[in-house]
Design a binder for this molecule. Structure first.
Ligand code: FAD
Length: 474
């Protein structure tokens, strides 16, 4: 009798404990990707950028699977019904999967386990998306952590994560025919016009994820702690979309960081581990707060009066706020499906504090446009910036977009790349073009209000307005 292995956002063969266990069982294996947005009425549909990624990642997974003698079955619908149908069709008596931690995923998988028990079919689930299960770490009083530093201390005090498991060398495949949908049926890619333009910076899939890790460990990690805040330099790993789709696991990364060649980069490796631990912390928060992307963690913000100016929201989305670092970030997001972490903080702060627009609207835009849109990191990131979250930035910390641009993009390369209409502007004016003398603007071919917008709000008055609004709520 065969074993069914469910794939969701764990699109890999190596360090896939469910697949490994199925292969070790000696049974024929039926690998099935289940796109189960329809399962729960609360499920959050994937955004456009992640659908693009999913299409290519599933193609890559199918190909590697085929090379090992197995066929990936694609199914869309309610998980329980799909699994029931497959059991009826094949007589499978074992179903395996890797656990997920978003509230809908937990709900669906708990229901599935109960249904399989009812049918007397064996079910086994495994960890792998995180270094430690989000419920494993507890404060001294038995609660969960709301502050990062003690969470990190608890995490760092845990035993080393287990060793990764290897990809099965060959898979004993099921002899029967199983009806599979096709990627063409799913229409995951953008229609014409193709806004993704192929997202040429990215190669989805497990092999590319490991190549990216190898490149990072050969290069940028050597100056990670010094340069990770610089959007003009490729100083971070860009592993986030690979992690979100489970093409690589944090356990694999954790162990790769022990390579002898990194011995001289102890501080950089330590810093990188601490950033990876933020991801763990976000999942810990999400697990204990299923409404993290819809409800203020700090309920005192429920009375906050948000502004609903659509023209401001549109200007922000389109990268036309008149603040070059904000606009560069928003255009990087649209053009590449990704944005540098420092700039995510700057644009989020701008939306929430300068424009007083509800953080949930920004979170939704990111959800739709990021290839790494993550149920935990995105929601927690937005709440952190808004000051509404656990361990949040204080409400009075309002990034000055001019100073942030000057500090973190000191030569202006980042702004010049994504806001090319400002490319010829001297550095001194690059983050505040409205202060440039007319002669300088003329020389640079810029007509403010025509080729590049005037600032949609004045920094100082927006700051005063935000402080006033926050003080009122408190
Ligand atoms: P690296 O610096 O190379 O870090 C390695 C990995 O550690 C990342 O891939 C990520 O998994 C994790 N990590 C690093 N920083 C953070 C952090 N601050 N919070 C959580 N995990 C972190 N990250 C997402 O993966 N998905 C999101 O949807 C997302 N939305 C965000 C929204 C806002 C408003 C903010 C401020 C941050 C958000 N982040 C999100 C966190 C962070 O910006 C990205 O993880 C990071 O930029 C990814 O680039 P990288 O892989 O090169 O990071």
């Amino acid at each position: 009798k065969p074993a069914i292995v469910l794939f969701r956002y764990d699109l890999r063969l190596a360090d896939n404990r469910a697949l490994h266990a199925a292969s070790e069982s000696g049974k024929p294996v039926i690998p099935v990707f289940v796109w189960d947005e329809q399962t729960s009425p609360h499920a959050r549909p994937l955004g456009g950028a992640r659908k693009w990624w999913l299409h290519h990642s599933l193609n890559a997974l199918s190909a590697t699977m085929k090379a090992r003698g197995a066929t990936l079955v694609l199914k869309r619908g309610k998980t329980e019904a799909i699994v029931d149908g497959l059991i009826d069709e094949t007589g499978a008596d074992l179903v395996l999967w890797n656990r997920r931690y978003d509230p809908q995923g937990v709900e669906v998988d708990t229901g599935l386990k109960a249904e399989l028990a009812r049918r007397n079919v064996m079910a086994e689930s495994f960890e792998g998306h995180l270094l430690h299960e989000p419920y494993a770490l507890r404060t001294a009083s038995g609660g969960y952590y709301r502050v990062y530093t003690p969470f990190w201390r608890a995490l760092a005090g845990q035993p080393e994560p287990r060793d990764p498991v290897a990809a099965p060398i060959g898979l004993k495949s099921w002899h029967g025919e199983i009806a599979s949908e096709t990627l063409d049926d799913w229409n995951l890619l953008p229609k014409h016009p193709d806004w993704s333009k192929g997202f040429t910076d990215w190669t989805p899939g497990e092999e590319a994820a490991h190549q990216r890790l190898a490149d990072f460990l050969d290069g940028a990690i050597g100056h990670y702690s010094r340069e990770r805040d610089r959007p003009d330099i490729e100083a971070t790993s860009r592993l986030s979309p690979h992690l979100v789709h489970g093409e690589i696991t944090p356990v694999q990364i954790w162990h790769a960081l022990k390579a002898p060649k990194l011995r001289d980069h102890g501080a950089d490796v330590a810093k990188f581990r601490r950033e990876m631990a933020w991801r763990e912390f976000c999942y810990h928060l999400l697990f204990h707060n299923p409404a993290l992307h819809t409800e203020n963690f700090n309920a005192s913000f429920n009375a906050f009066h948000w502004n609903d100016r659509q023209d401001h929201f549109d200007a922000w989305k389109q990268g036309k706020t008149g603040y070059p670092i904000v606009d560069a970030g928003m255009r990087q997001l649209w053009q590449t499906g990704w944005m540098h972490n420092r700039v995510r903080m700057i644009v989020a702060s701008f939306l929430i504090k300068h424009l007083l627009i509800d953080w949930r609207k920004g979170e939704e835009w990111f959800w739709d446009t990021l290839v790494d849109a993550d149920p935990a990191n995105n929601a927690a990131g937005w709440q952190w910036v808004a000051g509404t979250g656990a361990d949040a930035a204080p409400y009075f910390r309002i990034f000055n977009p001019i100073l942030q641009g000057e500090k973190f993009d000191p030569k202006g390369d980042y702004v010049r790349t994504f806001v090319p209409e400002l490319a010829a502007l001297p550095g001194k004016y690059l983050n505040q073009p409205w202060t440039a003398p007319q002669r300088v603007l003329d020389d640079a071919g810029i007509m403010l209000g025509e080729t590049y917008p005037h600032p949609i709000v004045d920094h100082r008055s927006a700051r005063r307005r935000a402080l006033g609004a926050y003080a009122e709520t408190r």
